[in-house]
Design a protein around this ligand. Structure first.
Ligand code: F6R
Length: 605
């Protein structure tokens, strides 16, 4: 989604803002803009398109020590120069960057009256005009304006009458303060701050912060002071560089042996043949009291949740279901005291997942989070959780975070299993399976050349199917998701058993079918589905851990992952599908890291 960066301090603000925008670009990137206070005037430069378009407009840099910047992902109005942020009032006294949606924009415009001329189609512009109409003290004016807004915002505002001051506010869209000696920064995402400081403060909803060089003051909309302490972030894993790789996505795929190692680090308890998960805030008694689990997430996080549901149900014999967070929150769900709710999110900021978490907690349910982004809103609001420690994921399409979600679920399944009927021997064999996982991922990565050839062969296909059964089905869903979002090849996933109930009508020699075949008790049944596809002339790409010769005979291509236990097979097969999507996208010349219409971290409903 959109990104915000703000700076006030001793340095020239423009390079800091542009650097911040570069780091934020992955969140949303159809237009960008900056406003700086320069010689008591606000100078604004904005442009539709990527950051380089803005940079070319800034050939003569704007000087100034205080400014705000924005990358936009269009919601209200097309991506044009006019609709790009910052927005300002008629006199250019105020400039505003805003993430979120103002639901009562029409009512606010009616209040402002007919005399106001709008220069954009956005909802955000109304904030600048409301401030101008209000006038007076900067903080009081903004407080009053925010009290009139219904909707969500993360915003930063400057006022030329206060040339060293920025005010930021949050309601439903993240704002993080970055503290540094005689400077102050704010951003919607840690990525824009981590180069400058590891001292941060996360604003909570309803908070407003006044920033001056080396000074900040946080209060609530009703003017009560919020006592906030800066936290020190461990930036060891905060690597936002491509590391010499052609794309972030590629780097994030090949980094997975390490990122999985990080997720597992310190969490395998060989003494008791279980997992050690310190942040759950659940006692052994709480663990055995869990009667049901509901997992909530969106997109790939949901598919990881579906895989996790299989793992936990198989190992711990607790009924588990995984649901789209956005649907769950609106169906007035029944929340049970003996149920455990788990929200899964890479960013920790996905609006629908956050809303589902709040709905469960409002009804008294206990919620665990499986989250990557340290200090994110979801991470702060859950009752306990597991950090993935996968490091920042920059590419829009999730890869290493998805894999770490599965890894975190394996650990949780082991813990819940051992709190029930799983024997120490079985627990040990799972620990060994997990210990071997990073090395097996490295072996999967050696399949890349074969995978690239297959991607190249089928890249012209208009459509592809992905099928699998039980633990293979979430893998198929995620494989189809990766292919469609980065290569734009239409891809659908089905349980293999469902093929003959409809989709088989679409199978021809032009529709490659990726068949997921974990080496389990359903293997031969999935092989029968392969037969059905072959009988209709459909090309089959088998992804399997089985050495069955029948698979080799039937399939047009076989991608074989190393043999492993049931918990880790989905991880290995998932990585094959990530590489398949990556090479399909590259061979089609797609913008792999920033696929069209999509944005990382969906902070609007
Ligand atoms: C797909 C993808 C999205 C996210 C989804 C949830 O590759 O990245 O489907 O998985 O938007 O995001 P998080 O995990 O940040 O809640």
């Amino acid at each position: 989604m959109c990104g915000i960066i703000a700076y006030t301090g001793t340095q020239q603000a423009l390079p800091v803002l542009l650097d911040g925008l570069k780091r934020l670009e992955y969140r949303g990137y159809d237009s960008t803009g900056v406003s700086l206070i320069s010689r008591k005037r606000i100078k604004t430069v904005k442009a539709a398109g990527k950051l380089n378009v803005l940079e070319s407009k800034l050939d003569t840099p704007v000087s100034g020590h205080c400014g705000i910047g924005h990358t936009r992902w269009a919601t209200h109005g097309a991506p044009t120069d006019e609709n790009a942020h910052p927005h300002y009032d008629a006199d250019h006294r105020y400039a505003v960057v805003h993430n979120g949606i103002i639901e009562n924009v029409d009512a606010l415009k009616a209040k402002l009256g007919k005399k106001v001329t709008y220069t954009s189609e956005t909802d955000s512009e109304v904030i600048a005009h409301l401030l101008a109409q209000h006038g007076g003290d900067f903080v009081d004016a903004l407080r009053d304006v925010l009290l009139q807004i219904t909707g969500t915002y993360g915003l930063a505002v400057i006022d030329k009458e206060h040339p060293d001051t920025i005010i930021v506010a949050r309601n439903g869209s993240p704002v993080i303060l970055g503290i540094k000696d005689d400077e102050m920064l704010a951003a919607s995402d840690m990525s824009a701050l981590s180069r400058y400081t590891n001292q941060v403060i996360h604003l909570d909803d309803g908070e407003i912060a006044v920033l001056k060089p080396g000074h900040f003051e946080v209060s609530r909309l009703d003017s009560t002071v919020s006592e906030k302490q800066a936290i020190t972030l461990n930036l060891q894993n905060a690597n936002y560089d491509r590391g010499g790789h052609p794309h972030y996505l590629y780097k994030e795929i090949v980094d997975q042996p390490d990122t999985v190692r990080q997720t597992l680090s310190g969490r395998l308890d060989e003494r008791f043949s279980t997992a050690h998960l310190g942040g759950l805030n659940l006692s052994a008694r709480d663990l055995i009291g869990i009667k049901r689990i509901t997992i909530l997430g969106c997109g790939s996080a949901l598919y990881a949740g579906m895989a996790g549901a299989n793992m936990i149900e198989t190992l711990a014999r607790i009924p588990v279901n995984a649901e789209p967070a956005a649907e769950f929150r609106y169906r007035n769900p029944v929340i049970e005291q003996d149920s455990l709710y788990i929200v899964v999110s890479q960013s920790g900021e996905t609006f629908d997942t956050l809303a589902a978490l709040r709905e469960v907690q409002r009804k008294g349910g206990f919620v665990l989070g499986i989250v990557n982004s340290v200090g994110s809103t979801i991470a702060r609001e859950v009752d306990g959780g597991i950090y993935m420690h996968a490091g920042p994921e920059v590419s829009v399409a999730s890869t290493k975070a998805y894999t770490s979600m599965l890894t975190a679920f394996s650990l949780l399944a082991l813990l819940l299993g051992r709190s029930r009927d799983v024997s120490p021997q079985k627990g040990n064999s799972i620990i060994n399976e997990l210990k071997a996982l990073p090395e097996k991922i490295s072996q999967v990565l050696t399949l890349e050349t074969d995978i690239a050839k297959i991607a190249n062969k089928y890249k012209k296909s208009a459509s592809a199917f992905f099928i699998g059964r039980t633990s293979g089905f979430p893998v198929a869903l995620e494989g189809a998701q990766k292919l469609k979002e980065i290569s734009y090849i239409h891809a659908e996933a089905y349980p293999a058993s469902e093929l003959k109930h409809g989709p088989l009508a679409l199978v021809t020699k032009k529709t490659p079918c990726v068949v997921i075949l974990p080496d389990d008790e359903l293997l031969l049944k999935t092989v029968s589905s392969m037969e059905e596809i072959k009988a209709r002339g459909g090309p089959v790409i088998a992804v399997t851990s089985s050495d069955s010769k029948r698979i080799d005979k039937l399939a047009d291509a076989v991608l074989r992952v190393p043999a492993s236990g049931t918990l880790t097979q989905p991880v290995l097969m998932g990585i094959v599908l990530q590489l398949l999507a990556y090479h399909s996208a590259v061979s089609l010349g797609r913008d792999v890291d920033q696929p069209r219409n999509l944005a990382k971290s969906v902070t609007v409903e």
